[in-house]
Design a protein around this ligand. Structure first.
Ligand code: NAI
Ligand code: MG
Length: 393
């Protein structure tokens, strides 16, 4: 039996295309593991009324290590329409299986590295004098993954006791006359423990990999309590790392500075929603969704996934045109996590060589319009891209 058993959750759409590509690369690099398939996604919402079936949770509970592709999720009305007739009107409520997984296993630390590969035509360039320069972006976002605005504590027409409790806050005065059905409330709950953990993990990472700064990207001047708590915990943790500078930026300003001086940032800490925003921002400078990888890490379970979704418009294309790199880089993060960093480095080096060489690239890297014609116009298929990476190994 191999040392690791990995729960593979391809999910929907291109999740089913890219996950097997990552497994091919893992095999080529000599990583020995057993894989067990687990069901997740829209199909299981339709057939079982649950996009994250209990048997999938059980497999993750047993093996504690998951590779996940992507899922499709659709709005409330569509979810109700598409559920199997046998389950209609039986009280099933759609809930995102990813958010569900993060909450169930308390995968509270989300890591999203955004690093430019030399020669990637999708890298951000900046006007300089008469020409352009291409800043080297090497940013790693630590996003609190389970609380905040995505914590799910929210109401339209809140119950009376919630309204009463809110009314004790002086700032509620201006909302007191709003009819209940016209009032929507989404809470932003932070806990000191979770803030501390994301800060601690971010500083440990910065220390281990030689980053000289950690930036808390929140909005403490306005959202004083929650952003303030994150900042306070970062300061406490920073005291143990005198060699690492602690900076603080506001999310709005950060999104503006992103393109001004992205090379100045190293590790970034943010709450759930701002982390989602700032990581998409930096991903856009380093190749976009075809390159954006992530890890969801709890104290005893971890799941690795590309940040892209199921890209339904490409799921039926044969051959497939989507870029497998984000999924493969996510698998590299898994290798790092299980102390196989040498293999992860070899894969990243192989990816870097393919990109620098420039001959083989998927439609996004060739700046082509996505669709069946892209292949004829010089884009590599998903499989050819993986083959090129494997050849460099
Ligand atoms: P998406 O990420 O699936 O696709 C957006 C666009 O990005 C695609 O049309 C394509 O142009 C490009 N793209 C995405 N992945 C790519 C890849 N590997 N290579 C090249 N190009 C790529 O987001 P969209 O279209 O907003 O959502 C589609 C479905 O995915 C929805 O049902 C949504 O709910 C779900 N979703 C799931 C996520 C997840 O599983 N983590 C994350 C985001 C969306
Ligand atoms: Mg996102």
């Amino acid at each position: 039996m191999a040392k690791h058993t990995i729960v593979t959750m391809p999910g929907d759409g291109i999740g089913q295309t890219v996950l097997p590509e990552a497994l091919r690369v893992l095999e080529a690099v000599g990583f020995e593991a057993d894989y067990v398939h687990a069901d997740i996604g829209w199909e299981f919402w339709k057939s079982e009324g649950n996009a994250l079936p209990d048997r999938t949770i059980a497999l993750l509970e047993k093996h504690r290590l998951g590779l996940f592709g992507a899922i499709t999720s659709k709005p409330k009305g569509k979810a109700a329409d598409e559920i199997s007739p046998a389950l209609k009107d039986k009280g099933y409520v759609y809930y995102s299986p990813i958010v569900g997984m993060r909450q169930h296993f308390n995968l509270d630390v989300c890591i999203r590295p955004c690093r430019s590969f030399e020669g990637n035509p999708l890298n951000f360039i900046r006007r300089k004098g008469d020409g352009f320069d291409e800043p080297n972006v090497d940013v790693v976002i630590f996003r609190q993954n389970t609380e905040g605005l995505y914590g799910g504590v929210e109401w339209t027409a809140p119950p009376a006791n919630v309204r009463d409790a809110l009314a004790t806050h002086p700032k509620m005065k201006k909302f007191l006359d709003v009819p209940n059905e016209d009032l929507a409330v989404s809470t932003r709950i932070f806990t000191r423990q979770a803030c501390h953990r994301i800060c601690q993990e971010a500083f440990n990472y910065a220390d281990k990999f030689g980053y000289t700064s950690v930036t808390v990207c929140e909005k403490p001047n306005v959202i004083r309590e929650t952003s303030g708590m994150m900042e306070a915990e970062a300061k406490k943790v920073a005291a143990d790392f005198p060699g690492i500078a602690l900076w603080s930026t506001n999310i709005d300003a950060q999104m503006m500075w992103l393109t001004k001086n992205p090379e100045d940032y190293g590790v970034i800490i943010a709450g759930n929603m701002f982390g989602d925003i700032v990581s998409d921002g930096f991903a856009g400078l380093t190749g976009g969704l075809g390159f954006a990888c992530s890890a969801n890490i709890g104290t005893d379970c971890a799941v690795f996934e590309p940040t892209h979704g199921s890209a339904p418009k490409y799921q039926e294309l044969d051959p497939s045109i989507v870029n497998p790199t984000a999924m493969i880089l996510s698998a590299c993060m898994m290798l790092d996590h299980v102390d196989e960093a040498e293999k992860a480095t070899r894969i990243r080096d192989a990816i870097a060589k393919v990109i620098k060489d420039g001959r083989v690239g998927t439609y996004d890297m060739k700046k082509l319009r996505g669709g069946p014609d892209a292949i004829g116009q010089g884009a590599a298929t998903t499989q050819q891209m993986t083959d090129a990476i494997i050849a460099e190994l």
